[in-house]
Write a new protein. Structure first.
Length: 97
């Protein structure tokens, strides 16, 4: 995954067709976020997210799902419990022993 900057005014990727373009005064627009002006850091993060989405789409297809289905299920479904599972968000769960 490589994001390339061309003349400090265009970002492209080898993983997705999406692009980010400089609009002056430090502002950037990204092809899949119409109507939003971002900082260069935000535009870079958006391009990285687009690359990740492309990879998820490829992996999802291998198991017969769409990228949206895969991400939705991964975020929504609870993982199996393990004995060494750590509490989420630093919360300690009471011990019932």
């Amino acid at each position: 995954m490589t994001i390339r900057s061309i003349n400090s005014s265009l970002m492209t990727s080898d993983q997705t067709e999406h692009q980010a373009k400089s609009v002056g005064d430090g502002g950037w627009v990204v092809s899949f976020l119409p109507g939003r002006t971002l900082t260069i850091e935000q535009a870079t993060a958006a391009m990285q997210a687009a690359e990740a989405a492309a990879v998820v789409g490829m992996l999802a297809g291998a198991v017969g799902l769409t990228a949206l289905e895969t991400v939705g299920l991964a975020l929504q479904e609870s993982p199996w419990e393990t004995r060494s599972a750590r509490p989420r968000f630093g919360l300690r769960l009471p011990s019932w022993r």
